[in-house]
Design a protein around this ligand. Structure first.
Ligand SMILES: Cc1cc2nc3c(=O)[nH]c(=O)nc-3n(C[C@H](O)[C@H](O)[C@H](O)COP(=O)(O)OP(=O)(O)OC[C@H]3O[C@@H](n4cnc5c(N)ncnc54)[C@H](O)[C@@H]3O)c2cc1C
Length: 504
């Protein structure tokens, strides 16, 4: 197994440098090694463990995002209709991820599936006439597509009680409620998955993982290679590596490294950090009585990813129950980062977009300040909207991962705030960086395929590599949203391998 102790001289010039040992680098590393087994890869991680930032199971919500229950993926148009285009993309991207994970299981590259992916039904739950009308329209729009086959809708409180008894317990009778349920929803332990993938990579010839090693600088040499300066956190010593290709998969740490690379494509990008907190249930009886991921509607002014949800989780073989996230504001870009991250990220080329976004997003700022200053009683009140019988001693507050939303230069607006992910590539394909956090880990495979297509367009077009990609992702290049037969067949296949519930 290749692991950082002393620097391995052979790999001072690896073919590929991956910065950060989260799910994105792990996924790219695995795909690259499958496509070109002879590649040498060096993975650098500033912390002493793999997947200890956003990819850690307790730092994210573990939802296998398929847009089954997340209402923010289906915005309502001005004419009242529901836009499902984003939901279709996300649902299809999750199927791509599942195919890749199924391939890794089949090849015995990673541990058996139940340790990282489990079936937990996905439910949307709303109250009030307006929200009920929206959910019904959403259901009708989504179920016209095969990706959402099997979704059920109910306004019947008895039916909803059957789906989620604890959520209905102690609720005022006669309340106007509606819910949808998708049985094939999943919970994913992205931390366990990342660790399995990195362990598999470490067993490959030419792959070395350097833990406790922080990238300090990235610089393009006259010869056209990237020179990367690495600080060993234990010895405080710096070392330089060179490579033809660098992927910055440093999560919240990506923006500052991208700025250091000085590629023209990085100009104008900024970051807006949003922190999060969960309430974690410590009462085994309560945990045992709920079995679903229940997503509601975001409060007015709330960022889309701060939709409250009550989540059954399966973490390291144990059932857990989380509520949140409660959003907040911190100037850190990483959970284990520095308070100076935000101020240091402001440069001449991004100050205008950042200021413009700040001025235009006063409701968001107000919402975040209100969330940060919430008392324990106010947090309990939010929880009680989902679990009317909740009692504070059964719940403990914990810090979630940090998300850095993308701020982009915009000709008309000055700057715009985006809630998705963005791959930024050097024109010559020698460097790629991933900014943003949502829908995140669930779509890691599609995002990394996008990196391959942008950075190695000719290399991956060869018949040999196209065939390999189709072996890993049988539907590669095909649209699941417009092919119900293929959608059903591939779901059946991946469910069998991953030990998941099959579509009825
Ligand atoms: C509260 C919350 C809830 C979420 N819920 C979900 C969900 O339900 N479903 C979902 O699919 N996604 C979810 N996400 C998003 C998902 O967690 C992320 O998209 C994903 O984990 C990002 O993976 P990554 O590899 O890019 O980053 P990370 O996992 O953060 O890894 C980046 C790594 O880079 C390292 N690093 C940083 N700087 C340097 C440096 N200079 N040198 C070396 N190493 C460095 C960090 O230490 C870290 O280990 C959630 C995120 C948060 C915060």
């Amino acid at each position: 197994m290749n692991m950082d102790t002393n620097y391995n001289e052979t790999y001072l010039q690896p073919d590929v440098i991956l910065i950060g040992a989260g799910i994105m680098s792990a996924t790219l590393g695995v795909l690259l090694k499958e496509l070109e087994p002879g590649l040498s890869i060096a993975i650098f991680e500033r912390l002493d463990a793999v997947a200890a930032e956003s990819s850690d199971a307790w730092n994210n919500a573990g939802t296998g995002h398929s847009a089954f229950c997340e209402l923010n993926y289906t915005p309502q148009n001005k004419d009242g209709s529901v836009d499902i285009s984003k939901a279709l993309k996300i649902a299809a991207a999750f199927e791509v991820s599942k195919q890749c994970w199924a391939y890794l299981v089949q090849q015995k590259y990673i541990s058996s599936a139940p340790s990282y992916i489990s079936n937990i039904p996905h439910l949307s739950f709303v109250w009030g006439n307006e929200n009920v009308a929206f959910l019904k329209k959403r259901f009708e729009a989504l179920t016209s597509n095969a990706l959402f086959k099997g979704m059920r809708y109910s306004e019947n409180n008895e039916q909803i009680k059957e789906w989620m008894p604890l959520v209905m317990e102690g609720r005022e009778p006669g309340q106007r409620l509606a819910a949808t349920k998708m049985d094939i929803g999943t919970d994913v332990n992205f931390g366990a998955l990342t660790k399995s993938m990195i362990l598999h990579l470490q067993k490959q010839d030419g792959v070395t993982l350097y833990l406790g090693n922080e990238i300090q600088d990235i610089f393009k040499t006259k010869e056209g290679q990237w020179q990367v300066t690495i600080k060993n956190m234990a010895s405080d010593k710096n070392r330089k590596f060179h490579s033809k290709f660098v992927f910055i998969g440093a999560g919240g740490g990506t923006l500052s490294l991208l700025e250091k690379s000085d590629i023209p494509e990085a100009a104008g990008y900024g970051g807006f950090p949003i922190s999060g907190q969960w309430l974690i249930c410590n009462n085994e009886t309560v945990i045992a009585r709920h079995h679903a991921k229940v997503y509601g509607k975001a409060a007015v002014g709330a960022p889309p990813m701060s939709v409250p949800h009550l989540d059954t989780r399966m973490i390291d073989g144990k059932k857990a129950l989380l509520f949140g996230p409660y959003a907040g504001f911190s100037t850190r870009f990483l959970k284990h980062g520095s308070l100076m991250d935000l101020p240091k990220s402001i440069k001449l080329d991004n100050i205008m977009p950042i200021l413009s976004v700040g001025l235009k997003n006063i409701p968001l700022t107000r919402y975040l300040i209100q969330q940060v200053s919430q008392s324990a009683d106010e947090r309990l009140d939010s929880l009680k909207e989902y679990l009317p019988t909740a009692q504070m001693p059964d719940w403990e507050l914990a810090i979630a991962g940090q998300r850095v939303q993308v701020i982009k230069k915009d000709e008309e607006e000055g700057g715009i705030l985006e809630f998705g992910t963005e791959v930024v590539c050097a024109a010559d394909g020698s460097l790629a960086a991933l900014l943003g956090a949502s829908p995140g880990a669930s779509t890691a495979v599609s995002i990394m395929l996008n990196v391959l297509e942008k950075c190695f367009p000719d290399k991956i077009k060869t018949p040999k590599r196209q065939n390999k990609l189709k072996e890993i992702i049988p539907t590669y290049g095909k649209s699941l949203a417009s092919d119900p037969v293929l959608c059903k067949a591939i779901r059946k296949q991946t469910s069998e391998i991953l030990g998941l519930e099959k579509e009825s």
